[in-house]
Design a protein around this ligand. Structure first.
Ligand SMILES: Nc1ncnc2c1ncn2[C@@H]1O[C@H](COP(=O)(O)OP(=O)(O)OP(=O)(O)O)[C@@H](O)[C@H]1O
Ligand SMILES: [Mg+2]
Length: 389
């Protein structure tokens, strides 16, 4: 990634143009570009008369590149006109004749903000991957509610949906994203913190969400390298990243698991789900022996009426169950698709407490290795799963 901020200038006024070019070329952090304005970080445009057309053009550029900083130069001093530009997303509006001091102060502010966002490498990020043992185990509900629970501490948190193209975390949260991760893989050549945060949809709690790639044209662009760049930039911004992997594993999922602090396998207390969870544990252990210390088993829809006990499940999987979440369709679905929050609508419910306990476990310092050394499956489980080892 190029460190310089790219500036595109379209200004006719001779005096203003001289001030802008002198100011930009005297600073080593800027470089001028002459291609499309939306490839730039800053676009400085003079608007002479056709204001309607200029507003449409600006809106289009911001649609393509939401991180673009647009500065308008004009003789038009009408307040409502200026407001129209500001409401469209213009960052700065300068009247002609251009004041050199005002222009340089604005450029200085922009440069500071840009570098602050781009190089926040001091943030220690914890990444938690959630992998469903089977479709429909509640993996997305768990990701969403865990991420919301972490976000209540106001720690910058991102929910990344890798379950392409079906991922529906943003639907559960009822956010309306303008872009998906597909936009980021297309624009990976200029990916930085500012672009990523602009693209991430914002939930009312402050939780940021990156919806999955959903367009077939973008899937081939989502190489392991491109997707890893997105994760790398995200790690420099957020303190927690919660990843919904869905219930399948491909090369991108494995690359993400490599850098995750926890690999949470979500399952239900039923035979097929546990069988798959066991297969995943074995697969991940064989793939990378370091994964064993990261794996955490989360049993969803678990309650005292479940036929299998926690001990049964732990012994069968040869790993302690890390967490259980009760069966509570009424409450969890009442918050689904409405962006409503369990802790606001059902503060005293068991399921709400379960998610806040899960987020506390995840956010506190590493717990001890939870791998059992000598698993001794109970006989009925051994019979059921013998052939799968
Ligand atoms: N603890 C729970 N109690 C009751 N219902 C639940 C619980 N967790 C999830 N559900 C419900 O189960 C259904 C499936 O949940 P969800 O979409 O989160 O599963 P998923 O594993 O992400 O599915 P998919 O494989 O389609 O991505 C939803 O209707 C959800 O409300
Ligand atoms: Mg899901």
């Amino acid at each position: 990634m190029d460190n310089k901020m790219k500036v595109c200038i379209e200004v006719e006024d001779a005096a203003a143009s001289r001030i802008i070019y002198d100011s930009i070329s005297s600073r080593s952090e800027f470089s001028l570009i002459t291609t499309f304005p939306y490839y730039a970080d800053i676009y400085i445009i003079e608007v002479v008369d056709d204001f309607g057309n200029a507003l449409i053009k600006i809106r289009n550029f911001l649609d393509i590149n939401p991180a673009l900083e647009i500065l308008v130069i004009s003789t038009e001093a009408n307040h409502s006109r200026i407001l129209e530009f500001v409401n469209t997303g213009v960052r700065g509006y300068f009247l002609l004749p251009l004041s050199i001091n005002k222009f340089e102060a604005s450029i200085e502010t922009f440069a500071k903000r840009y570098y602050k966002e781009r190089y926040r490498n001091d943030v220690h990020c914890r990444t938690i991957s959630f992998l469903g043992a089977k479709g429909g185990t509640g993996n997305t509900s768990i990701c969403v509610n865990t991420a919301l629970s972490i976000q209540t501490n106001n720690d910058p948190t991102l929910l990344m949906d890798l379950h392409q193209p079906h991922g529906d975390a943003h639907v559960i949260l009822d956010v309306d994203p303008m872009h998906t991760m597909g936009y980021l893989v297309r624009e990976v050549h200029r990916l930085d913190a500012s672009l990523l945060t602009d693209v991430a949809a914002k939930h009312k709690t402050g939780l940021n969400v990156l919806p999955p790639i959903s367009h077939h044209n973008e899937i081939p662009l989502a190489s392991v390298e491109a997707m890893s760049s997105i994760l790398e930039v995200a790690k420099s911004i957020y303190q927690y990243i919660v990843i919904d992997h869905g219930s399948g594993l491909n090369e991108i999922d494995l690359a993400y698991l490599n850098t995750s602090e926890y690999i949470a396998i979500t399952c239900q207390p039923d035979i097929l789900s546990l069988r798959n969870a066991k297969l995943y544990v074995g697969f991940l252990r064989d793939y990378n022996e370091n994964f064993m210390s990261k794996i955490r088993i989360i049993v969803n829809r678990f309650d005292s009426t479940s036929k299998l006990t926690i001990e049964d499940i732990s012994k069968f999987l040869a790993i302690d169950v890390f967490h259980t979440i009760p069966n509570d369709y009424k409450r969890i679905s009442s918050c689904c698709h409405s962006g409503a929050l369990l802790h606001e609508n059902h503060p005293d419910a068991k399921i709400t407490k379960s998610f806040s306990d899960l987020s506390s476990k995840i956010t506190r310092k590493q717990d001890s290795n939870n791998v059992k050394q000598q698993p001794k499956p109970r006989s009925f489980l051994r019979n059921l799963f013998q052939s799968r080892g």
